[in-house]
Design a protein. Structure first.
Length: 170
């Protein structure tokens, strides 16, 4: 975050209006191969990127340069060592014998199940956290096509109460 903050004047001079940060969440390690799309904590930051304070400074500096900041949001799946796997296994899709299934062909992540209203509430709360805490301006939504449209409608409605947000679907 600090290195990117140093580059903001140059990016501004290039005419950049929106910075899209790839997934910045803490990454899982169980069955993982280092992908940033293997989210262990929807509220946490991957430590090598910096601290929460570093991210707040980056976003504030981007805003001073007239730029907006969106983050990559990974709502379709989580890492296998995400706390939700143990605390809320009902949030995940299961096979015929009740075992949580992997997402698509990606063996490093577990498939979430948006048939559960509490999962929807959790995800919207997590998205709102990034807007409220870090003043981010929106989300690039990974695998958005595999998450029900009515979830996106509800999420946007909640987020727009905080501030206008930019939403980009994969």
């Amino acid at each position: 975050f600090a290195a990117l903050e140093q580059r903001l004047p140059q990016l501004h001079d290039l005419g950049i209006g929106i910075l899209w940060l790839m997934p910045l969440h803490e990454r899982g390690i169980e069955k993982a191969f280092g992908s940033p799309y293997c989210v262990k904590d929807y509220f946490g930051i991957h430590k090598p990127y910096g601290t929460p304070g570093d991210l707040k400074r980056l976003v504030a500096a981007a805003h001073r340069h007239g730029m907006r900041v969106i983050i990559d949001w990974v709502p379709n799946h989580s890492s296998w060592d995400n706390a939700l796997v143990k605390e809320h296994p009902e949030y995940y899709q299961k096979d015929a014998v009740g075992k949580i299934v992997q997402a698509q062909t990606w063996g490093d992540v577990a498939q979430l199940d948006y048939g559960h209203k509490d999962l929807r509430a959790y995800m919207i709360k997590a998205m709102a956290h990034w807007v409220e805490t870090f003043d981010i301006d929106g989300f690039r939504c990974d695998v958005s096509w595999n998450v029900p449209v009515d979830f996106w409608v509800a999420a946007r409605k909640r987020l727009e109460k905080l501030k206008p947000v930019f939403m980009l679907a994969e």
